[in-house]
Design a protein around this ligand. Structure first.
Ligand code: ADP
Ligand code: MG
Length: 957
């Protein structure tokens, strides 16, 4: 029973107030066929909408089965429309993109009835209206009468107790109208049917009751119902059943809608995808550029690690001071009135010498090795590299069997003069630290006489030496032409430069070409003659057959009869003996830098493994000369001289001891020098003589021995003269005062005393905690900056002696690159943000248009009992699908565009190293982003759609 109590409804449009309903009261029976008649505009539709819960009245009450609707919530109205009421409209109001059966199912779908049951009931309802054969057709494939029957089936499918029909035959011809009326009459048998019509004949023929409306008021009622007692009882409030729609239903609805408008959907998605394409392209290009920049950074940092030498000079300081110098030259410009001194040369020389410093690498190594040091987290993939100056000599036999030294061909001879030194300089040495150590030697005047052959370089091991004897930088930048990398301490490789060459001098040094040719060539060079070089190429196999004899530095010191050790590295006879029992190095491979190598830390020559360095470190520690020196730390193991002379007495005594220990030849030479220099003895001159004397010592000694064998020769006469000179020097020493003896000590003995530390260095003793150089590799400029910052803060904390001077080549070369990169990144991010905003606005607009388009559908859904939430869900589903399509389309189009795009980039940039590419993860994120953005953009339109008044929505065409 439905009671309408005195309801009124007004519409205000502009200034005009229209009374659509004016105090209508009407009681309807549970089962009757009521026809509402009246002229157009009399309020029939408004009345029906109020009864059906599509519209609210301004005043009055609607009592349904004894329940007042005054306190109905939105949810209750939704449920009422869904379960209690069925609507039939004049213009059918079927959803065009859904099949007939789906349209009928809709009411059940909204109330969450399972799919199978839905299907069955919808089919049954359609069969009931005689459309059992048209289930899968679309509404526009049916005639008007058929469509109206579908609408009736849809109204009936939920078995409502009230069916409301608004001019159901208004658009039909009379014959079809009759069929529909028959149907409705049948429907009305067991429920209430309220039908609006302006066809009085039909009304009179079919309806059981006729109500006439005029200007919003009832003017006649053929069968009014008077209610007493129970009907007038106070209305109660009661909850209705639920009306709910699953997300799947929303998606299906939207998906079907989109499917029916393929072209439009495509265009919409395309419009939405433009933003995504923009973002994806920018992302791809910036990823490519960043990958390139990262690679350049890593390559640069690999080629130019931060390097710290045991002894170093601060390049930054020198560059700085020379710039300062240039400036001060400007500032110190004369006024044209006098002579001004130009001190720039001396200032820069002073800057140079004052910048030389010794680094305490063992303290710094402790800092680096501490896993808690802040520097550790910035170190790149290549890691840190400690190098040790392992000391050794290498000898080999040239094709003619001559014994050759790898340090300068001739044994004991650094002496080919300028020519040979220049000839052995490696022209392709790209390693700046090597260049630096050469400059270092020149600056400090520290001769490299007894250091290892310069053509030998250690192959940088990996971070974990044991597992990776050959480091990543080497593996990445060198290729093996023949053989393999060394696997053991006695294996080495020949390293060629990128043009497959090795310096000719090195080939001579390695005995790969006859040493005689080299010596001839050097002789000619020193005489200023032209030379013809031997450029014949060598077979890999032939070169790999060469065996190299490695003699550790400590083995080059042999004990003499007097208990002192003697250096025999420049004595060809001794060397031949040493070479016999030397460690035989095998050349196991030939390598060269790969094409476009980013770093070439191995210069052309010989590369040896870290295992050899380790072997040499251990070997030196156990050697006799080292043990001997360690046993007596006070005296030089080479000549027995005391390292220290605390006072004049000690010095005088030591001068005496020294002279006494000399053999006759040396004593005579020294005596001549001391006695002839007299008081005026200038240190420089004397020292020069001493140097000359000690160089010639071995030779003279040998001559002396030979000379005695043949008496009466000029040599014998010379020996006699020397004996006399020695004897007179002995007398001189016996009478000399302390002053004299001290001065003799200072001039002749002191230069030969040396120091414990220097001796140990010469013997090749190395402590693993004190590397000779440290290289720190970073992966990016930023990390490098962090590393130098960490070193600076280490320096701030460290004692003065422990402060570290490092060389940061990259910092010197390109400090501004980082800024440029940051600016570029910033610009790209700005672009991306703009694209994002543009694309979300675009999507919002598109969704909004879609809402406008589907207003009618919203009305239908609401009439079926869909809640506001359901409606917004449908739209969210639609925007979501569009977003997904946009995203996929955007990413797809981007991938296609990248093909010509990359070709263009390669052309414009002139390098194929910059490759724009979209990472998979970014692609997925973009699709998700597109969905999220579209949802966000569609949120407001979807809310608006949900808020739409269903009655108004249905009125729109
Ligand atoms: P009928 O269905 O009998 O033709 P309606 O119920 O549609 O009449 O309309 C009743 C009156 O209310 C009409 O005068 C119409 O102009 C007015 N009306 C209906 N809906 C609105 C609306 N949304 N805004 C303003 N006036 C309306
Ligand atoms: Mg109407």
């Amino acid at each position: 029973m439905l009671l309408i109590k005195d309801i009124s409804k007004e519409y205000c449009t502009g200034g005009l107030t229209q009374k659509a309903l004016d105090g209508v009261s009407l009681n309807l029976r549970d089962s009757e066929f009521v026809a509402v008649l009246g002229p157009s505009g009399s309020g029939k539709t408004t009345l029906l909408n109020v009864i059906g819960g599509l519209d609210r009245c301004d005043s009055g009450d609607l009592v349904i089965n004894g329940v007042s609707t005054k306190r109905y919530k939105d949810r209750d109205w939704d449920s009422y429309r869904n379960h209690t009421v069925g609507f039939v409209f004049q213009s059918y109001n079927l959803i065009p993109h859904q099949s007939i059966i789906s349209n009928v199912e809709l009411a059940l779908t909204i109330s969450g009835v399972p799919r199978a049951e839905r299907r069955g009931r919808a089919r049954q309802a359609l069969e009931q209206v005689g459309l059992g054969d048209h289930l899968d057709k679309r509404p526009n494939q049916l005639s008007g009468g058929q469509m109206q029957r579908v609408a009736i089936a849809r109204a009936l499918v939920n078995d409502p107790s009230i069916v409301l029909a608004d001019e159901p035959t208004g658009a039909l011809d009379s014959q079809t109208s009759v069929q529909i009326m028959d149907l409705l009459k049948q429907v009305a048998k067991d429920r209430l049917v309220v039908m609006v019509t302006h066809n009085p004949e039909l009304a009179r023929e079919y309806a059981t009751r006729i109500v006439e409306l005029h200007d919003g008021s009832i003017v006649s009622d053929s069968d009014p119902l008077q209610i007493e007692g129970s009907g007038l009882k106070r209305a109660r409030h009661r909850k209705m059943g639920k009306a709910s729609m699953s997300l799947g239903t929303s998606l299906a609805l939207s998906f079907n809608n989109l499917r029916s408008k393929k072209a439009r959907t495509f265009l919409t998605s395309f419009a939405g995808s433009i933003g995504i394409i923009g973002i994806a392209l920018i992302l791809a290009v910036s990823t490519g550029v960043h990958a390139y920049i990262d690679k350049v950074q890593e390559d640069t940092m690999t080629a130019y690690p931060i390097s710290i030498q045991e002894q170093s000079f601060d390049l930054n300081k020198i560059v700085g001071s020379s710039q300062e110098g240039a400036q001060s030259k400007q500032a110190g410009k004369g006024a044209g009135d006098a002579i001004y001194p130009d001190d720039s040369a001396i200032t820069s020389a002073s800057a140079l010498t004052s910048s030389i410093s010794t680094n305490n690498l063992s303290a710094f190594k402790q800092y680096l090795d501490n896993p808690k040091s802040e520097i550790r987290s910035h170190i790149g993939r290549v890691g840190m590299q400690y190098s040790y100056d392992a000391k050794f000599s290498v000898y080999d036999h040239d094709p003619k069997g001559t014994l050759v030294s790898a340090s300068g061909v001739t044994i004991g001879g650094q002496g080919g003069g300028m020519a040979s030194q220049m000839a052995s300089m490696n022209p392709n040495s790209s390693d700046p630290s090597q260049v630096q150590s050469m400059q270092m030697a020149a600056l400090t005047g520290k001769a490299q006489a007894k250091s290892s052959p310069s053509s030998f370089t250690e192959i940088m091991p990996g971070q974990d030496e044991a597992r990776a004897p050959i480091g990543r930088v080497i593996q990445d930048n060198y290729q093996v032409l023949k053989g393999s990398w060394p696997k053991d301490k006695d294996q080495v490789v020949l390293v060629l430069d990128s043009n497959d060459r090795i310096p000719l001098a090195t080939l001579y040094e390695l005995g790969l070409k006859p040493a005689g040719d080299y010596n001839d060539m050097m002789a000619k060079l020193n005489n200023g003659q032209k030379v013809k070089t031997d450029t014949a190429k060598l077979d890999y196999d032939q070169a790999m057959k060469q065996s190299l004899d490695l003699v550790p530095a400590s083995d080059q010191y042999v004990q003499d009869a007097d208990g002192h050790y003697r250096y025999v590295g420049d004595d060809a006879g001794e060397v031949a003996k040493l070479a016999e029992k030397a460690l035989k190095l095998k050349i196991v491979g030939i390598v060269k830098p790969v094409h476009k190598a980013s770093a070439t830390p191995l210069p052309a020559g010989v590369g040896y493994p870290r295992a050899l360095t380790d072997y040499l470190i251990d070997y030196a520690a156990k050697s006799p000369v080292v043990s001997a020196q360690q046993a007596d730390r006070e005296h030089n193991a080479l000549n027995g001289l005391a390292f220290s002379a605390p006072d004049d007495g000690a010095k005088a005594q030591q001068a005496k001891d020294y002279v006494a220990s000399l053999d006759q030849v040396s004593k005579a030479a020294m005596g001549t020098a001391v006695m002839s220099s007299g008081q005026s003895g200038q240190a420089g001159q004397v020292q020069g003589q001493v140097a000359g004397q000690s160089g010639a010592q071995g030779q003279t000694r040998a001559q002396g021995r030979d000379g005695q064998a043949v008496a009466g020769t000029p040599a014998a006469q010379q020996a006699a003269r020397q004996a006399a000179a020695a004897a007179s020097f002995d007398r001189y020493m016996a009478t000399a005062g302390t002053d004299k003896l001290v001065s003799i000590y200072e001039q002749y003995v002191r230069p030969q005393v040396g120091s414990y530390k220097d001796n140990m260095t010469s013997f090749g003793l190395i402590s693993r905690s004190a590397p000779s150089s440290i290289k720190i590799y970073a992966d990016s400029f930023e990390a490098k900056q962090a590393i130098t910052d960490a070193i600076n803060s280490y320096n701030d904390r460290a004692k003065k002696a422990d402060k570290i001077t490092y060389t940061d080549y990259v910092g010197l070369m390109m400090s501004s690159v980082t800024t440029i990169i940051n600016v570029i990144s910033g610009v790209l991010i700005a672009f991306v943000s703009v694209s994002l905003i543009v694309s979300s606005i675009m999507i919002g607009i598109i969704t909004y248009i879609s809402v406008l388009e589907r207003t009618k559908e919203i009305g239908i859904l609401r009439a079926m009992g869909a809640s506001k939430r359901n409606v917004s869900q449908v739209f969210d589903a639609e925007t979501g699908i569009i977003g997904l399509l946009s995203g996929i389309l955007g990413v797809g189009v981007t991938l296609l565009l990248l093909i010509p795009g990359n070709a263009l980039i390669h052309r414009l940039m002139g390098t194929s190293e910059v490759n724009a590419f979209l990472p998979v993860r970014a692609g997925v994120i973009l699709v998700v982003l597109s969905v999220l953005l579209t949802l966000l953009g569609g949120l407001i339109p979807a809310r608006k759609a949900a808020k739409q008044d269903p009655a108004t929505a249905l009125r729109t065409e």
